[in-house]
Ligand binder design. Structure first.
Ligand code: FES
Length: 153
């Protein structure tokens, strides 16, 4: 779908009202397989709403929830909250970064995986915990990572 058509479709969902730009951007990002907002889509939305492109960019860059770069198909969210930290989350992060060849916040060049650290995923008793595509992996040990990641490769 072209950026113009996508932005027209999404803008219409929100009454073409520029006051709803945040919701429109969220919808556009959710529809993108790599969960990001490509530049042509931001420009098309601005044109569609007849607002300056800078305004759309300001909003897209202000909120941490919006990505301007593509994310991996699979987001590996590793908890580094207190409970997971005391159970060795730092060691898991190092192993995870080594396994995927990227640092925290990075995305693999094949756009398969991204890593992010989070502060608590509500499963403290199972720490250290990682969540991949909403699936929880608890009591993690570094040695478990290759097999877990292979399930998503
Ligand atoms: S601190 Fe890791 S799940 Fe709560």
């Amino acid at each position: 779908m072209s950026a113009e058509r996508l932005s027209r479709e999404v803008a219409a969902l929100y009454d073409n009202n520029p006051a709803n730009i945040i919701a429109m951007l969220q919808e556009m990002q959710n529809r993108n397989k790599n969960r990001y907002l490509p530049r042509p889509e931001l420009e098309a939305l601005a044109a569609c709403l007849a607002v300056p492109v800078a305004k759309v960019y300001r909003i897209a860059t202000f909120f941490k929830a919006f990505n301007l770069e593509p994310k991996g198909e699979h987001m590996v969210s590793l908890c580094v909250g207190t409970a997971c930290h005391v159970r060795g989350a730092a060691k898991i992060l190092t192993a995870l970064e080594g396994e995927l060849g990227i640092a925290d916040g990075g995305t693999t060049s094949d756009l398969k995986f991204s890593i992010e650290t989070v502060n608590c995923v509500g499963a403290c008793a199972l720490g250290p915990v990682a969540v991949i595509n909403e699936e929880y992996f608890g009591e993690l040990e570094a040695e478990m990572l290759p097999e877990i990641l292979n399930r998503f490769r």
